[in-house]
Design a protein around this ligand. Structure first.
Ligand code: ADP
Length: 468
């Protein structure tokens, strides 16, 4: 090129994406003014190319930002997939697009969503591992551009035959979550050589976000399923519990009357009320009376636990100090016979608490009974009553054998006894503390225990002053 450049050559730089013309090698032969103009044109061209690239990048970023917002707007997998296809359509003018996900059980690649003509045929299509272009991408964890599917052996021709649409160009990128391929995002077009490396970069960025959205939606769906399964299991468990309690209630109810009769006669026999017993009859009759008493109490306690559980006790304002005094009087003789001291520390003028007197009498009876049973002679039982904030506190403390720390939680379970062996020293049914807990909680209160082995135990009850 030797002659002067015409106006249009100088003013119209080449199209942005085409490479710069080889101007430099000719510049040496031109006069300085023309050379300067050419150099200016070269600079202008480079600047425009840079500006174009920047604009394109900005546009892509804006699109990816839009896609990111669309993906994070829902945790529903179908909606996420629909949003992905929508965004791809927005980004590119293409004939078809599909999202394929790997089935974790079979390893097959299954088409979950597709747009384009005959998409209903493609949706649900299953590819064996490695099959077709999408299968290749999933298996090799690598993106690909197939500029002409007719010349690519990996392309599955059956799909085109079924849809009646020959897709000549395909761009396929893996969907990766935590380094694993979970599926493939694929776009196709009827033109040959439709996709450029820039399209691939853009699709890979989109796929990275899409994969996270898909994985989140899957995890959410799994969590939902787990929660639903748990709710069902809980419902079944509650139903079983209800049936079991109903059964125990019925059996206990049937046992109660005959047992009361047997218990009454056994006591009468034991006391000699039905005539003097022979010396060799005394011990067996006393065993019968003792065991029947225990059985009678067990059935009684069970019935009360189940009744308290089923319906809240009727509560009226009551003076706890009066109830404590009444129980202390009942226990006085037994405490003396056991060689123990009974101490009461009752704060004066305590507010009344809403309570069911019968139930609370049982509570105190059980706690004092345990303190008496588990405290060796010479020990002390202390009952304290005081107000603390919006509650009245009641404490039954003993200097008895104590409870091992690892058993403290368990003693409130039904039928639980620290020494559950058949040869245990202390009698009982293991229902007393379960009953205490059930009744106190039904009163809106709390039960606590502190204990030191060999030093004693303290049971603390919290009674809310206002009915809860
Ligand atoms: P039980 O009929 O056996 O007394 P409870 O439910 O009242 O049943 O108590 C459960 C277990 O908790 C008892 O068997 C005993 O091992 C332990 N326990 C309860 N109260 C005391 C206490 N004051 N001192 C030591 N151990 C206790």
């Amino acid at each position: 090129m030797t002659g002067p450049l015409n106006e249009s050559t100088r003013l119209e730089p080449p199209a942005p994406r085409s490479p710069a013309r080889p101007i430099r090698e000719n510049v040496v032969r031109l006069d300085p003014a023309v050379r300067r103009e050419l150099q200016d044109a070269e600079v202008l061209l480079a600047r425009r190319q840079a500006e174009d690239a920047l604009r394109q990048r900005n546009r892509e970023l804006a699109l990816l930002n839009r896609a990111c917002q669309a993906f994070s707007a829902t945790l529903d997998l179908d909606r996420v997939l629909a949003a992905i296809l929508e965004e791809v359509r927005y980004l590119m003018d293409i004939a078809a697009c599909s999202v394929w996900l790997i089935n974790r059980e079979t390893g097959e690649l299954v088409c979950h969503e597709a747009t384009g003509p005959q998409n209903e045929i493609v949706r649900g299509w299953r590819l064996a591992p490695g099959e077709g272009l999408a299968g290749w991408v999933a298996q090799n964890n690598q993106s690909l551009i197939a500029p002409d599917t007719q010349a690519d052996e990996r392309h599955l021709k059956d799909v085109d035959q079924l849809t009646g649409l020959v897709l000549r160009s395909i761009l396929s990128v893996p969907l990766r979550a935590k380094q694993h391929v979970i599926g493939v995002l694929q776009v196709s077009d009827i033109d040959v050589d439709r996709f450029k490396p820039e399209d691939l970069t853009l699709m890979e960025s989109l796929a990275a976000m899409a994969a996270i959205a898909i994985e989140n939606a899957r995890l959410y769906a799994e969590e939902q399923q787990r929660a639903a399964a748990l709710a069902r299991a809980l419902e079944q468990q509650q139903e079983l519990d209800r049936l079991k309690n109903e059964f125990i209630r019925n059996v206990s109810h049937e046992l109660r009357t005959p047992l009361a009769l047997i218990y009454g006669y056994a006591e009468l026999l034991d006391d000699g009320g039905l005539g003097e017993l022979q010396p060799d009859q005394r011990e067996p009759v006393s065993v019968i009376a003792r065991r029947t008493r225990m059985l009678h109490k067990m059935v009684d306690d069970l019935m009360i636990i189940l009744e308290t559980e089923a319906q809240a006790p009727q509560r009226k304002p009551l003076n706890l100090a009066d109830l404590v005094r009444e129980l202390l009087a009942d226990f006085q003789i037994a405490v003396q016979q056991a060689g123990l001291t009974l101490v009461a520390e009752l704060s004066p003028n305590l507010p009344k608490v809403p309570g069911d007197i019968e139930s609370l009498r049982r509570v105190l009876d059980n706690l004092l009974g345990n303190a008496l049973k588990f405290t060796p002679p010479g020990g002390q039982i202390t009952v304290r009553l005081w107000a603390e904030g919006p509650a009245v506190m009641l404490e039954v403390a003993d200097t008895g054998i104590g409870i091992p720390p690892d058993q403290l939680e368990r003693i409130f379970e039904r039928f639980y006894q620290v020494d559950g062996s058949t040869t245990r020293r202390y009698g009982g049914t293991g229902l007393g503390l379960a009953l205490v807990k059930e009744i106190i909680e039904a009163h809106g209160g709390k039960v606590g225990v502190e204990s030191n082995e060999g030093r004693g135990s303290t049971f603390t009850l919290t009674f809310p002053i206002a009915g809860g």
